[in-house]
Structure formats: C-alpha cells, structure tokens
Design a protein around this ligand. Structure first.
Ligand code: UDX
Length: 437
C-alpha cells in the first residue's frame, strides 16, 4: 500500500522504516530538515538497535523516502500521524499542538477514501474532535486511531511483530473501510495470529494510556515496597522474585530502582490525570499522583544515599555517574531519572563526571554544564562514590577489582539493582542500593 507517515521521531521514523520493510511504499514527512537529510542518507537520527540496518535496506528497495514537503503525501491511501504529544509547560496536560498541526497540514492533500491514522498518544476525546476536523476539511476522508505500544530499544521488533493491534474506528461503512485498510497494512502480523481489537475511538485512546498507567503503577508498586524494605532491612529484589512467581502478578516490570522515565510513562500518567480532571473523574485516577510521587522520591533517595556514603556532605565530592539514558539501549534522556539525579548532585555542589554509551550528546543538549566523558573508567577516576544509574550491559559487567584501583573511595551505589552485591563487597567496596540491605 502507499503510506505516508507524518512525524519522524522515535515513533514515526521506526514506523516508516518498518512499513517499508513489510513491502509498503512509504513517504516519511517531518518539519526538521536535518532529521530528514540524515534519514535520506541512511542514518538514523537517534540510537535504536537494528534501525540503521533496516533503514539502509528499505532505502535501497526504493520503497522508502523522506521529505519536509507535506504535499508528498498526495497519492498515499493511508496517512499515519506519529508526532509527539509532550507535557504542556506549566501543566500536567498533553500539548496537542503538533497533532493538530499535522492533521491540518495533511487535510488539503487528502482525497475521498483516504484514511488518516492517529498513532500519537492522546487524551481520550482527541480522535472524535480530529475526526470532525478531517471530515470538515477533507470530505470523504476517514480518521482511525491505532495506538502504538513500541518500547524504545526494542522498537524495530515491536513495530514488525506487535503483541496486539488496536483499531479505533467510526461505526458504519467508513469504519469497516478503515479497518480493512489497516488489515492490509498489518497483513504480515495478522497472518501470525497477532490479536486484533477493533473498537471505538475512545476505547482505542484509553487502551494506550491505561496500559502505560498500569506499567507505571507496577513499577511504583515495587518501588514503594523498596521504601518499606529500606525501613525493615528486607531485600526488594528477592521480594520481587518471590511475588513474581505468582502468575497473576508476574515478574516483569517489577525491577525496583530509580524508577521510570522517558518520553512516555511520566508525561502519559500526568496527561491522563489532567484529562480525568476535565472529565470529572479525577478521583478515579488520584492514585496516579502517588505513582508519580513514589517514582520521583526514588531520585531524591539516591541523592541522599550518595550524601550518606560521602560522609554527610556532597559539596566538592567527586561523583561518577554511570548511565544517563532513561533506560539501556536508548540515547533518550527525556525525563531520565539518571540525568535528573546527576543534575540534583551538581546542584548540591558535587563534582559530577558522567558517562553513557549512547546518551552523551543528548545529555549535553539538555544539561550543557555536565562533565561528560566517554568511558566508565574515566568517570570513576578519583571518585568518592560511583553511581550506576542506567543498567547498560557493559556496566553490569564491570570488574569491581579493576575499578577499585581507579576510584578514590570504593563506594558503589546500584541505582538499578543490577550488580551482585557479594562480588562488590568481597572486592572491598561499600555496596548500597535502593530497597536492599
Ligand atoms: C513505554 C511502554 O513500555 C511502551 O509500551 C509505550 O509504547 C511507550 O512507553 P518505553 O518508554 O520505551 O516504553 O520504556 P519502558 O521499557 O516501558 O521503560 C520505562 C521506564 O521504566 C524506564 O525508565 C525503565 O528503566 C523503567 N523500568 C522499567 C523500571 O524502573 N522497572 C521495571 O521493572 C521496568
């Protein structure tokens, strides 16, 4: 099928490449000229495992192109909207400026029968509003909502083999037409018996935000248990293993530590609360405020732990920060717990030297005065404490003996509960972690 994808960020770029890989003819559109130039030259504008290879392959087939010219969408039958919905400044609500602008930009180029498919995460009610806008400006065009559940770091796999497909469509013939167009697009996944749920706009929008709210709640639940463990000398990692054996609970997303960050979970739960407030059901989601608070408290606790191992005073202390991305296998530092902790330590007067395998440039853009070095060894040189804040595989595998020769004081704070405490302790380190004795 001929497809356009408006917005070529973490979501849109991977979607465009993935759809071309599946055999469709795809044009990706973005307002950012440098991003488009990079994509056309076969370079991914951000770090995502597997994307560069797939991008080069897809470009070579001639089925994929990128442009800043929105009129290039003409002739495509399906138009995906994959622009960002960041948190609005000074409010919890989502900023829909980019979604509205994308739909308005598409409208003059749509023909009757075209399908506009929203992929961005939006407050419930947005699709119904946009559907009216599409019908008014492009008679005969239809709007569908098809939320995206991809995880950064696994975005290629999640795009090519999603664990479920959700279509929010209008009732009647137009809805049937929209669903059948989406079926053609996702034919490969459907042939593999991927579950598909066809529903109304509101349900489709809510599926996405409630999934993220659930995941955030699961993480904050275990981090709340970590707080209790800290007060009692219990071990939250063993607790998670033990409760995780109950199939009803499950072990996934029960990793206690610095908590969740990134471009989705934090802003999505806040936007969900803001929308619930508008709908008069704020009480139903008031627990999400606790989920957010528990999450942010972990960052403060990490700063307190650092102060503790530094003898009660952070000013002038040299702190090595290993990891800045919001999670491993990503260069994304949006709302990153690691970068937040690094910044808080700097504010307290600590001399922070930070590193990350992929997120040096993205961190520099957000916190220009943070000292950034390429390797953990350079970061650890002369350190009074080493903080592991993003669990990259290479940090999990660090040799405590070798690192012990580099630091000034052998103190390690494991912000992601990803090291073996016994190994570090037997190498002479003070090992501290969140929720662990
Ligand atoms: C999330 C959702 O998983 C995805 O379905 C949705 O489409 C977008 O938002 P992503 O932001 O890529 O994806 O990250 P995810 O893997 O969900 O991790 C989010 C954060 O939670 C990370 O900061 C991670 O470190 C943290 N996390 C995750 C924990 O602290 N503990 C866990 O057990 C799992």
């Amino acid at each position: 099928m001929r497809i356009s994808v408006v917005g070529c960020g973490y979501l849109g770029a991977v979607h465009a490449v993935g759809m071309a890989e599946l055999g469709h003819e795809v044009v990706g559109v973005d307002v950012d000229e440098s991003k488009i130039a990079l994509l056309n030259s076969g370079e991914a504008p951000f770090y995502e495992p597997g994307l560069p290879e797939l991008l080069k392959d897809a470009l070579a087939t001639g089925r994929l192109s990128f442009t800043t010219d929105i009129s290039a969408v003409k002739g495509a039958a399906v138009h995906f909207v994959a622009v960002g919905t960041p948190q609005r400044k000074g409010s919890n609500a989502a900023d829909l400026t980019y979604v509205d602008a994308a739909v308005d930009a598409l409208a003059p180029h749509l023909s009757a029968g075209d399908i506009v498919v929203g992929k961005s995460t939006v407050p419930v009610g947005t699709a119904a509003r946009l559907a009216e806008r599409v019908t008014a400006s492009a008679p005969g065009a239809v709007l569908a909502w098809n939320p995206e559940f991809l995880r950064e770091g696994l975005a290629v796999q999640d795009t090519l083999s999603p664990d479920r497909l959700v279509y929010g469509v209008p009732s009647g013939e137009t809805g049937v037409a929209a669903a059948s167009a989406l079926d053609k697009i996702y034919a490969v996944a459907l042939a593999k018996k991927t579950p598909r749920i066809i529903t109304d706009y509101a349900t489709a929008e809510l599926v996405k935000v409630s999934a993220n709210a659930f995941l955030a709640t699961k993480i904050s639940f275990i981090n709340a248990m970590a707080e209790v463990c800290e007060a009692t000398g219990a071990d939250v990692t063993q607790l998670a293993d033990a409760i995780g054996h109950d199939a009803r609970i499950g072990r996934r997303f029960l990793n206690a530590g610095l908590g969740f960050g990134g471009g989705c979970l934090p802003k999505d739960i806040r936007a969900f609360m803001a929308r619930a407030d508008e709908l008069g059901v704020d009480q139903a989601l008031s627990f999400l405020s606790d989920v957010d608070d528990i999450n942010l408290r972990r960052r403060t606790r990490m700063v307190e732990l650092a102060r503790e191992v530094c003898g009660g005073e952070l000013a002038g202390k040299r702190i090595a920060v290993l990891g800045l991305a919001f999670k491993p296998n990503s260069d994304d530092v949006r709302d990153s717990p690691a970068l937040d902790v690094a910044t808080q330590l700097m504010r307290e007067g600590a001399v922070v030297v930070a590193t990350d395998p992929e997120a040096i440039e993205t961190s520099r853009r957000l916190v220009p005065d943070l000292t950034l070095v390429p390797t953990p060894e350079e970061a650890a040189k002369g350190a009074d404490a080493v903080l592991l804040l993003t669990e990259w595989q290479q940090y999990r595998e660090l040799d405590p003996r070798a690192l012990g020769y580099i630091v000034s004081t052998k103190a390690i704070l494991d912000g992601r509960n990803c090291l073996a405490p016994a190994e570090w302790r037997s190498a002479g380190w003070t090992y501290r972690a969140l929720g662990r004795p």
